[in-house]
Design a protein around this ligand. Structure first.
Ligand SMILES: [Zn+2]
Length: 262
């Protein structure tokens, strides 16, 4: 792959020949260094994936970066506020529509769904439906760079959670589908919604899938030892995880219990 960019200081400025990360200033335990806004485009035309939160300084930086270029569209990997919150304001600044799977997050007439192909300045971007982290999660395949934008379905570090609007069975299917996709097309980079670029897509997906299976086994085992509530299961399965992450872990355990009992 030509033009892989991996700066030493963190995800800001990382990417591939035609995908550049502008990191939003919203770091937290859930968002890692912050939300990765991706600018895709080879020249005078561009599109934006995930404006990030409604942070005027971040949105101004995106608009300044795109000055003089025609921005065709703003895409959302999903509707969570740390990805979509700035969409309306950025759309106003750039004069571009917003396309998303969830109609509530669109600005303009066009939706966005699995199988759609967008064109920008001679490049293609293919939409891959990957429900699970949230019901409306999408990934985007950029064949020119052999790169897959993964939103919150695969993060650059740690693991993704199943949010309250997500579903673990869907998520496991989506991971299997992405695993087959990246192998089939020969993807060489994953560009996540949070954290650094991943340069071993198959290895990253195998680790995600194995980790999910392992957690399900651990939850079955914890229940076998008498843990009943999500909190009791978290105290056993996530004993070695920092307590600041336990509420997220509890959400994840709820999703896994729904899966196991579904
Ligand atoms: Zn999310």
């Amino acid at each position: 792959m030509s033009g892989l960019r991996i700066p030493l200081g963190g995800p800001d400025g990382s990417g591939t020949a035609h995908a550049l990360n502008l990191l939003a200033p919203n770091p937290s335990v859930m968002t890692l260094e912050g939300t990765n806004t991706w600018v895709i485009g080879p020249g005078e035309e561009a599109l934006v994936v995930d404006p990030g939160p409604d942070d005027p300084s971040h949105l101004r930086r995106i608009a300044d970066h795109l000055a003089g270029r025609r921005v065709r569209v703003i895409l959302l990997s999903h509707g969570h506020r740390d990805h979509s919150g700035g969409a309306e304001r950025l759309a106003g600044m750039l004069g571009a529509p917003v396309r998303a799977l969830d109609p509530r997050h669109r600005l303009g007439d066009e939706g966005l769904a699995d199988g759609d192909v967008l064109a920008v300045g001679g490049l293609e971007l293919h939409v891959v439906g990957t429900p699970g982290h949230s019901f409306d999660s999408l990934c985007f395949w950029l064949p020119e760079d052999r790169a897959l934008l993964t939103g919150d379905t695969v993060l650059g570090r740690g693991t993704s959670v199943i949010a309250s609007d997500g579903d673990l069975a869907d998520y496991l299917r989506s991971l299997d589908r992405l695993r087959a996709t990246v192998e089939g097309v020969g993807a060489q980079a994953l560009l996540p919604g949070h954290g650094p670029v991943l340069t071993d897509p198959i290895g990253a997906l195998d680790a995600y899938i194995a980790r999910r299976r392992q957690r399900l086994d651990q939850i079955r085992e914890a229940r076998g030892r008498g843990a009943a509530t999500p909190r009791e299961i978290v105290e056993i399965v996530y004993a070695d995880v920092d307590r600041s992450l336990w509420s997220a872990a509890e959400m994840s355990v709820r999703a896994q219990l729904a899966y196991l009992d579904g």
